[in-house]
Write a protein that binds this ligand. Structure first.
Ligand code: PMP
Length: 301
């Protein structure tokens, strides 16, 4: 993620990434009390462009608010700093990782009264690779939205992601597919899930998922292409009637699904709606096309 000349932003300064550290009594370290974002910049004809920076930093603000963590930087400041971190590292195609955390030594369960901000960047290929994924329904459910603000990107929620992903890999699959507390398909550990049936797309509604910015982009691109998108609950059994499936995320981008347990999808990915939207997505993020619609992410409270 970094070498001796990598620069990161930490609390108002640009510092060598290796020196961006925090103490072991940090409240965030003990309780997973931190929030983060996953953002990508792409090399476009106009230079490095951060894709949907505003939506990502609005979600970061929403995440902070939902766990009572103060955030002193505006969306505009965070965006400007992100561009500067890219520039200082001479990167145009990169993953950007902002982290808001409480570094103050504090072992209490009181909400923090101040926060620290890290913005790190690194080159990162498609997070889940290029090969079609073999998924398995996880024995771990997504966290109950009545227990934690599931639409917020809270560090502690990712323990659920890590154990689900490891469990799936331990059984020989590429990735997990998690259900919500009612047994409906929710999402992957770090990506949203779509399936296709009769030329239409289906994905889980808001409620038990992180409403991905890529998910929104894909919904917009599909509707622009005249494809119906249904945000509705469905069980894993319903996937028997699907012709194809794919996952979406900033890090994963758009990646096809070969199978979910014993249900396999045989259409070559390039011939599916997901395959087509994957090309549209790539053209959009690299600045070869412009979106006709601009859907704003409005997290639910
Ligand atoms: N779900 C989860 C649990 C995630 O961690 C991510 C990655 N942020 C996503 C979905 C996809 O979200 P986005 O498209 O905003 O990256």
């Amino acid at each position: 993620y970094y070498s001796s000349n990598t620069v990161a932003f930490l609390d108002g300064e640009f510092v060598p990434a290796g020196q961006a550290t925090c103490g072991v009594y940090a409240q965030s370290l003990h309780y997973g009390y931190a929030v983060f974002e996953g953002i990508r910049a792409y090399n476009t004809p106009a230079g490095a462009r951060i894709f949907k920076a505003e939506q990502h930093y609005e979600r970061l603000h929403y995440s902070c608010k939902s766990i009572g963590l103060p955030l002193e930087y505006s969306v505009e400041e965070l965006t400007r700093i992100s561009y500067e971190v890219l520039e200082r590292n001479h990167l145009t195609d990169a993953y950007i990782r902002p982290l808001v955390f409480a570094a103050t030594p504090n072992m209490s369960l009181k909400a923090a009264t101040s926060s620290n901000v890290l913005i790190a960047v690194w080159e990162w290929g498609k997070y889940l690779g290029d090969q079609l994924l073999r998924l398995t329904v996880s024995p771990y459910e997504r966290p109950n939205p009545k227990a934690v603000p599931i639409e917020a990107k809270v560090a502690g929620h990712y323990v659920n992601s890590i154990i689900a992903s490891s469990e799936a890999k331990g059984r020989g699959y590429d990735e997990a597919l998690l259900l919500d507390m009612n047994g409906y398909v929710a999402e992957g550990p770090g990506a949203n899930f779509f399936f296709e049936r009769n030329g239409e797309l289906f994905t889980a509604p808001a409620g038990s998922i992180l409403r991905g910015i890529t998910r929104n982009t894909i919904i917009d691109l599909a509707r622009e292409a005249g494809i119906m998108v249904h945000e509705k609950f469905f069980t894993p059994e319903e996937l028997r009637t699907a012709s194809a499936a794919f996952m979406t995320g900033t890090a994963a981008e758009v990646i096809g699904v070969a199978s979910v347990d014993d249900i396999s999808f045989d259409t070559p990915f390039q011939q599916t709606i997901g395959g087509m939207l994957s090309s549209h997505y790539h053209a959009l993020v690299t600045g070869q096309t412009v979106a006709r619609t601009a859907r704003v992410v409005e997290p639910q409270r």
